[in-house]
Each structure stands twice: as C-alpha cells, then as structure tokens.
Write a new protein. Structure first.
Lengths: 345, 273, 290
C-alpha cells in the first residue's frame, strides 16, 4: 500500500485541481484533452514500455475508437460494395463507448498476431502504415465518415442509474472528472497487470526473449493480449475524445498526435507506471504554456528539440532520471561500502 | 533406468544452405542419466541443443521426448512437456532482481488467467509462487543475492540464476549449455555438487561442456561430436581411450583427456580456444 | 489501351524518382540499421533548395539541381555527425526517436521559414507536351526521368565500381570484419547517411517542379520510401529500384482504375501485404547465418 502513495497523492492533487484553478474553462479544456491523450499514452506505454514493441500506429486505435463511438451514437446510412445498404439508428453514447472498446480490442488482436511475424523496425513501419491506411479510409469514405467535413453534433455522454435519473455530461467540470475516473481505472488496471504473472511474462520477453521462451512463456499469446488491452484502452480514450469535443475529423489520425504520445511515454519514462502520466502532464500542457509566446511551428520545433535532448540527457525518461538522482543522494549518505560476497561452496 | 529412452535424437541433420552443421546425429538418453556432449568448437553441440528445444528446425530427422515427437513444436510447448534448458550466454533477465528472475521463471507454475489477475483473485497462488521461488534460490545457493539486479551479478552467479530458471519449469530433463565455462576450480566444484543434487531429485541431465576433468568426473556416458557427426559414445573410461576421439582433439594436447579430475592442466585451456 | 500506355509512361517517370528515394533509404537502413525518419525532411529540403536556387538566387534550372543534391549531402553529413555518431551503439528506439525529433525540427522549421503556402518552381521547358504516338509527355517529366536514370546509374557505379562502394558493401555485410580489414567504419557511416540523404534531396528536387513545393510533402514521401525498402529488402539497391517502379505502377493503376483518393494508400497496403506474407521482402536473398 505504501508504494502507492505517490500515485494516490497525485490523484488527490488532480481531483482538487479544477478548484485550485478557479474552474478556468480554458485551462480545464487543456486539462481534459491532455488527460485523454495521457490515457492513450498509458496504453501506448503498455506496448512500448512493457513489451518493448515500438508501435507508432497507436493513433489508429484512438481514432477508430473515436469514429466507432461517434458513428454509433449518430447513426449512419451507407451503401456498401454490391449494393448492400446498411442503416444504423443512433444508440446511446455509452453503448458507443463499449463498442469502441470492443472494436479496437479486435484491431489490437490483429496487430498482436502480426507482431509475432514481424519485429523491430519492420513492426514500426507496419504500424505506421496501418494508421495511414485508416486515415485515408476515414478521409475518403465520405459516405460513412463525412471525410474532411467531419462528423459533427456528436452527443455527450449520459450516465444514469435506473431509478436515480440520468445526467448528461455537458460541463467541462463533469467531463474533467469523467476523464479522471476513467484514467484512474486504466492506471489501476495497468498497475495490477504489471504486478501479475502476465506482467512478468511481458518483462521477460522484453529483457531476454529466448530465455523467456525457454521458461515456457508463449510470446504470441502474451504480445497479443498486451496489444488487445493496449488497443482497447486507446479506443476508450478515443471515445471520450469524440463525446467531449463532439466533432471528429480525419485529422485525429495525424502522425503528429502519435508523436505527442510517444514523447509523453518516452519523455516521462517508458516501462514505468507514472512515466506516461508525468510525461502526459508536461508535454500535454507545454503547448498551452508556449502558445502565448510562439507560433505552432516553433512549438513543434521545441518539441522536436526536447525529444532529441531527452535521448541524450535522460534516455530512460524523467521519472527514472529523477528516481536515479534521489537514490544517488540517498546512497552518498549511506555508511560503509559493500564488500563483495564470495561464491560459497 | 527404464528401457525406453527419455530423449531420442533420431537421425537429425541440420543444413544452413550449403553448410552442414549436423549430419545424421543419432543417440539416446535414458532417464536418470547424466550424459555429456563433447567435441571441438564448431562441432555442432549448441546447434543440437537448439534443435532439441525447438529454437531450430532440423533439415531431417526428429527428436522424441518421453515418446512424443517434438517436430514442429515451439520452445514454450517443449518446456511444457518437461524438457528445460540453460543458455551459454545471457542466462538472466538483466534488469530484474534475482528473486524476480525466478518469479518470471515460475511462469508455468502460475495458473492465473489474465481475467483473474484483473479481478485480483490470484493472491493465494502468488504467495505459493513466492515460496517456491525462495526454495529454488536456496537450492542453487543464491538466497543471499535475492534482492540484487541479476545483470550486476558475477558471471558464475548468473549461471546459477540460469539453472534456477530452468529448474523453475519443473523439468523431467535438463539441457545445460556449457554450464561451467569461464569458471574457476572452486566455482566448478560448486556446480558439480549442484548438478549431482539435481540428478538426485530425479532429473535427467544432458550437458554440453569443454571442461574435460569435470566431464570425466560427472558423466555416466559421453557422446562425442566432430564436424556435426557422432564419432564416439560410451562411458568416460572408454572415451578416454578411443582413438577417434583422441584424433579429433589432435593439435590440442591429448593429455587433457587423461586428467583424473584432480585439477586442470593448461592443455584443457587450449580446447576452449 | 492508350490510357494504359499513358499510365505506364507515368509509372516510368514516377518510378524513377521513387527509386531514388528508395535506394537512398535502403542504403541507410541497410548499412547503418537506422530507421531514418529524416528521409522525408531531406526530400522536402531538396525541393526547397531547388526553389530558392531558381527564384531567389537566380541560378539556372540545370545548375539548381546539383545544388539541391549537394545541399542534401551536406545536411545528411551534419545530421550524422551531430546526432547519430554520438549515439552509435544505443538501442534502436533511441536512434529512432532522435531521428523523429530531427524530422520534426526540419519540417516545422521549413514551415516556419517559408509558410504553408505551396510554391511552384519555374522551369525552362516548353509548356506544350511532346506527342509520342498515342501518349503525351511533358518535356519536364522527360527530363525528370532522364535525370533520375542518370542518378541511379551513378549510384550503381559508386556502389559497385569504386573503393568507397566496396567499403560500404563490406560494412553492410559485417561491420566488425570490415573494420578489421581497415575500413574506416565511422567514415563509411557518415558517407552512407550523406549519400542516402542526397538521393532523397534529389528526388525532392526533381518532383518539386513537377508538382508543387510545400512543407508537409516529405511525410508521404518518407512512408513511401519505407514501402519501397520493404518491398526490395533491406540494403538491396536493385530491389529498391525495382520496388520504386512497382510502387509507382500500383499507384498509377490504383488511381486510374479504383479511385484517386486511395492512390497514396497503395504504398501502405503493399507494405502490410508484403510484411504479412513475405517479411524479408520480395527480392531478399537467403538469410545470412548469424
């Protein structure tokens, strides 16, 4: 329980934050979108940080989640190849959320199976290509997605319990807490996963694959499960995005958002639990801080330079870097140096 | 010892393009034995191990373990049948502690499904695993190192972690790939005792080794490879005197083969070269 | 039929420049094992250097081309010396992320300097296309095809007939052995990155005048270069050259007979298909024993 204190403290701080900021709508908006992208970053960390597979197409899951959720709640009417007409009536956004999670989980399954055949740099390229194909489909299948004209008027979430009535989440404050709740659940999920037998299997595969295989770890199954959970979480984040912004266009698939997520994970500390959150807060809010002083192009240049600098200065990320500084200071305060033990007969 | 061998290598051949790594390898190991696979460098010993454990597909022939053919099986499926192995290099998960290394190794013994994990239902199972991990570390003599990062350990101790990992899979038979290479005399003796204790628990052993005195001391039988072919097979005394074996090691001191295990001569070093 | 021939002709022209892109990337990817996320930015830089050389510096079109190539060469060398050399030996993730960062800096920098409005590069060729029987081709595109073929030929010559090329091929096969044989591997890496970058810049300089020049043009180009490299197999120059033409053909036919919106998707679909069915590429030779 003690080791959860930093996370709990952070949670308490985040819960109190809107009031500390005087419920400023501009800042709340920044926090909400940052929070959503951070959830996606946490899911990316599951693949990137814990299994070591660099998936640069993660935005595809996010975007698919957003579109599935939006289309489920808006309804659609398309004619498929062969003259088959598919009509869907609008369903409640919560159902959209569930379907988004299921759809992206299925996509994650495909990616997981693929990653067994293709590793390293090739895997990176396949994932980027997958995201690009999805983006082009979203852009060109205008009948379904409205293409660049965007899906608009997406209804916000309505949460309710039978007998207690329903609330529609229209205010920024409500959405902030929704994101915080979902984010906390995702964090808890990942934490539990990492501490389990499954988490050990992921670590084993990342650190020494042949050795992991030799103790009976099934690489395909482990990577596939990781990909499914990772994708589903990103899909959930996408759904939150769609119902908060209430407008979605193919730009949601831009490589630049993937880059932002990658910076959050790698900058914060891949393979750690708090890393993507710290990275998410810093790199998600950095543009907000820079906006008054720089044009977007210059902001991106700063991002690029920061990304480069991190690789040189703190390649493992901020959280491990800070942890190292803390242990180093504690170690220098320790007493006698350790005497190496001999191999006892 | 029973009549049906626990491990059968049946006319296994391995070709890499035009290169013949192993040609018609054919021998058995019986339950409870300690068999050593020896031969000059490049003779195909690690290749043979990789075939037996599913890391490499043979171009011909097959391997049978406890009567089951291993053809087409993945490494993790072979481990499930009870055949474990260690590796010559990188025998640990470097970024984890020794204890966590063994916990990873106990993967097969954990029965928790992912769903149970998410719902927190496997606490008792985890406690059992931790106890088993402590037992394994005791067995190999690494209890004092449990909290240290495996990657920071001395070479010999990393090997012990590797053995603990292989033992964690509860094998019926263990393949040890050059377990004492790079170790000094006292470390080697620690290992010899460990190997004997493993056999005493009923686990069959097949080793690849270059350390002749150790091989002569510990083996029930020795199989000799050269250029991918089996050139001799038998108890240590017979191998020592076998002319084909001596010739295979010609150019290195044949005196090495006549050592009694009391110590190593400089000659044995040349065989490692 | 004439429509098909027209597509074929377009394929040749586009394929030539794609081949340049692909060869440049496969050299870098193959010899240095670096996933070069700055390749697209170099393509863009090549196009912009061409633009500046012709409009601001008043150079002739035919002098601007070598200028752009030289610019790519220099920029590539600088990137390697500043970013890659200090990180030699780090894991692939680290180099990849540094390259992504550099790519972002270059692309955003271009956007910042020149603005997002697309520019066109004036050319000295007559506007009226040349009629070759049933097909027509503009003089500019003919020049592009010729220049691309010349550059491909020169690259071939460099790799296969010079000592530098021999050193590069040796480093590709086994860089430890190569360095034991006296090859200055550090120099080879820089030369490789510079060469590959100059080819990307050349592709941009050639295609810039054909279409328009804008800061994001490198993004697509980079992804297509990846497709070509995967098609042809890592480090395989002939494969990359053929791959360039195959991609161009797929795009032309896809755009012509399916839908022009999905033109760009062709490359990615090819990547996915190839990697799923034949991960080593269409032309890869037998795997080396590790």
């Amino acid at each position: 329980m003690i080791r959860h204190i930093p996370a709990l403290a952070l949670l308490a701080a985040l819960a109190a934050l809107p009031f500390a900021l005087g419920q400023n709508p501009y800042l709340l908006n920044a926090l909400i979108t940052t929070g959503i992208v951070t959830i996606a970053a946490m899911s990316l960390n599951l693949l990137l940080g814990f299994t070591g597979q660099l998936s640069l197409g993660h935005i595809a899951f996010f975007g698919i989640g957003a579109y599935v959720s939006a289309l489920t709640s808006l309804g659609f009417d398309v004619e498929l190849v062969g003259g088959v007409r598919v009509v869907h009536e609008p369903w409640p956004p919560v159902v959209g959320f569930l379907l988004a999670v299921l759809a992206t989980a299925a996509c994650g399954y495909l990616v997981g199976r693929l990653s067994f055949r293709v590793r390293g740099a090739y895997f990176v390229i396949v994932t980027i290509s997958f995201a690009e194909v999805v983006r082009l489909v979203a852009l060109n299948w205008v009948e379904l997605t409205q293409g660049p004209l965007a899906l608009t008027g997406i209804p916000p979430f309505s949460l309710g319990l039978p007998g207690l009535g329903t609330t529609t989440l229209r205010t920024k404050l409500q959405n902030y807490y929704l994101v915080l709740v979902v984010g906390t659940l995702c964090y808890a999920l990942i934490a539990r996963l990492v501490a389990s037998r499954f988490g050990r299997a992921m670590r084993g595969l990342k650190e020494n694959e042949s050795l992991a295989l030799s103790v009976g770890i099934n690489a395909t199954r482990t990577l596939t499960v990781a990909a499914v959970i990772s994708a589903a979480m990103a899909g959930a984040a996408g759904s939150l995005y769609a119902h908060y912004l209430r407008i979605i266009d193919p730009d949601v698939f831009l490589f630049s958002t993937t880059v932002t997520m990658v910076i959050m994970v790698v900058g914060g500390g891949k393979g750690t639990l708090l890393g993507p959150i710290v990275g998410g807060l810093i790199f998600g809010l950095l543009p907000v801080a820079l906006r008054p002083v720089m044009v977007p192009e210059a902001q991106w240049m700063v991002f690029g330079l920061v990304l480069i600098a991190i690789q040189f200065v703190m390649p493992k990320g901020i959280v491990p870097g800070v942890a190292r500084l803390v242990t180093r200071r504690r170690a220098s305060a320790a007493t006698a140096p350790r005497i190496p033990m001999e191999v006892r007969p | 010892m029973s009549d049906t061998p626990i491990l059968s290598i049946e006319h296994v051949g391995v070709r890499f393009g035009g290169l013949v790594a192993i040609a018609d390898l054919h021998f058995d190991v019986h339950a409870g034995e300690i068999v050593s696979l020896i031969g000059p460098n490049g003779a195909g010993k690690t290749t043979a191990f990789n075939v037996m454990t599913g890391f490499l597909k043979p171009s011909q022939g097959q391997v049978r373990f406890r009567g089951t053919s291993l053809q087409g099986l993945q490494p993790h499926e072979i481990v499930r049948l009870g055949l474990g192995r260690t590796f010559q290099r990188t025998s640990v998960f470097p970024d984890d502690t020794v204890f966590d290394n063994v916990m990873i190794g106990l993967h097969r013994q954990g029965r928790a499904r992912v769903l149970d994990t998410l719902l927190g239902r496997d606490r008792a199972g985890e406690a059992r695993l931790r106890e088993r991990a402590r037992d394994l570390l005791d067995w190999v003599g690494l209890s004092g190192r449990a909290g240290e990062k495996a990657g920071a350990l001395a070479y010999g101790e990393q090997r012990l972690v590797g053995v603990a990992l292989a033992l964690a899979t509860e094998p019926a038979m263990l393949l040890l790939d050059e377990p004492v290479s790079g170790m000094n005399a006292s470390e080697t003796q620690v290992f010899v005792r460990l190997i004997r204790s493993i056999r005493d628990r009923g686990i069959t052993l097949l080793l690849v080794e270059h350390d002749m005195p150790m091989v002569m001391e510990i083996s029930d039988r020795i199989v000799v490879l050269n250029y991918g072919r089996l050139i001799a097979e038998g108890p240590p005394a017979a191998i020592r005197a076998d002319p084909a074996v001596i010739e295979a090691y010609l150019g290195h001191s044949s005196a090495a083969l006549h050592q009694d295990g009391a110590g190593r001569t400089a000659a044995t070093e040349t065989i490692d070269a | 039929m004439p429509e098909f021939l027209q597509h074929l002709l377009n394929t040749l022209i586009l394929g030539g420049t794609y081949a340049l892109l692909g060869i440049g990337l496969t050299l870098i990817f193959g010899i240095m094992n670096v996933v070069n996320f700055t390749h697209g930015a170099l393509y863009t830089v090549g196009a912009y250097v061409m633009y500046i050389a012709v409009t601001a510096l008043g150079l002739s079109f035919f002098a601007a081309l070598p200028t752009a190539i030289l610019g790519g060469l220099l920029l590539g060398a600088i990137l390697d010396l500043v970013l890659l050399r200090p990180l030699r030996g780090a894991d692939m993730d680290t180099t990849m992320l540094v390259m992504i960062g550099a790519g972002i800096v270059l692309q955003s920098g271009t956007l910042w300097l020149f603005g997002g409005v697309a520019k066109s590069i004036p050319t000295p060729f007559p506007d009226a296309p040349l009629q070759l029987g049933p097909v027509s081709v503009s003089w500019l595109r003919l020049f592009v095809l010729g220049a691309a073929l010349v550059l491909i030929g020169l690259t071939y010559g460099l790799i296969n007939r010079t000592r530098l090329g021999l050193a590069m091929r040796a480093t590709f096969q086994d860089h430890d052995t190569a360095s034991l044989m006296g090859v200055n591997v550090r120099l080879i890496y820089t030369a490789t990155f510079a060469l590959g970058s100059s080819l990307a810049a050349a592709a941009g300089a050639l295609l810039g005048p054909v279409y328009v020049v804008f800061p994001q043009m490198g993004g697509m180009a980079e992804l297509k270069a990846f497709a070509i490299v995967i098609l042809g197999g890592l480090g395989n120059i002939t494969g990359a050259a053929i791959g360039g033409f195959i991609l161009a053909l797929a795009e032309e036919l896809g755009a012509g007979y399916i839908s022009s919106g999905y033109r760009d998707a062709m490359g990615f679909l090819i990547i996915i298909a190839v990697l799923v069915f034949k991960p080593t590429g269409l032309f890869a030779k037998a795997e080396r024993i590790g």
